[in-house]
Design a protein around this ligand. Structure first.
Ligand code: UDP
Length: 240
């Protein structure tokens, strides 16, 4: 795929379709970041996280916030929900006899996720699965390296998942690795994804906030502050 990267708040974002993202990850491996406004704001405060996002092989706009921000800057970019990209990657890798590893979520959620994926995805080969509430990160890293997965799905929430993937990157240079936030909660069947109408309108965040009001603290003031900063970026011609 020809890379079409646009910039927002100093970070490069890939403008591609779901199929292009899957093919790129399948052929090249590397880190896939599904980015949202909270993560962009966090990158502003944390240079280490900025470096991780900047060196990721794919940075995909996950939610409508980034899409709106890019629109303000004059870019029309497709939104790809991380949860759908994750599933498409599992299917592609499994169709091609490649192995999969999962890290994240509560133990019972992970168990249900593995069970459901085995049921749903033909030919899936899960070589490693661990919940996200471990004490010794090195133990997880070593176990993952030993199991040599072609695709690693990490659902720890951001930035934890990006930090773990970054640690793994040099040790598993050929594997594709993606951070998937709360996707295992949905794949387990325990948490319901927002109804289609919310998904279509880009309002999945609103549905999740209604269901889990404690998320409001995370979204506000991050979202309005992000939009304000992007408006400033536009006003000052990218010199913000
Ligand atoms: N999680 C985890 N280990 C931790 C903290 C969180 O495995 O130390 C899991 C948590 O159980 C949930 C996911 O990470 O499944 C984060 O979900 P959240 O909805 O916060 O992520 P988002 O989708 O908003 O990025």
């Amino acid at each position: 795929m020809d890379r079409d990267r646009v910039k927002i708040q100093g970070l490069g974002i890939d403008n591609c379709s779901m199929d292009e993202a899957v093919d790129y990850a399948y052929s090249n491996g590397g880190q896939i970041v599904t980015i949202n406004p909270e993560m962009i704001s966090y990158a502003k405060k944390n240079p280490y996280f900025t470096d991780i996002v900047s060196s990721a092989e794919l940075v995909i706009p996950d939610g409508i916030g980034v899409q709106i921000g890019l629109k303000i800057l004059g870019y029309d970019v497709k939104r790809i929900p991380g949860i759908e990209l994750g599933k498409a990657l599992i299917t592609k890798f499994s169709d091609n006899n490649k192995s999969v590893a999962l890290v994240g979520a509560k133990p019972e959620i992970l168990k249900l996720t593995v069970k459901n994926l085995i049921k749903e995805v033909e030919n899936i080969n899960i070589v490693y699965a661990h919940d996200g509430y471990y004490k010794d990160e090195d133990e997880i890293v070593n176990a993952l390296v030993d199991s040599k997965p072609d695709l690693v799905l990490v659902a720890l929430g951001s930035p934890k998942q990006e930090f773990l993937i970054n640690k793994l990157k040099t040790k598993l240079p050929k594997s594709a690795m993606i951070g998937l936030g709360g996707s295992f909660d949905v794949w387990s069947g325990v948490v319901k994804r927002a109804p289609k109408i919310y998904q279509k309108l880009g309002l999945e965040w609103l549905y999740r906030t209604i269901k889990e009001p404690q998320r409001l603290k995370r979204i506000f003031p991050a979202l309005p502050v992000f939009i304000f900063k992007v408006l400033k970026e536009r006003l000052f011609d990218g010199k913000c």
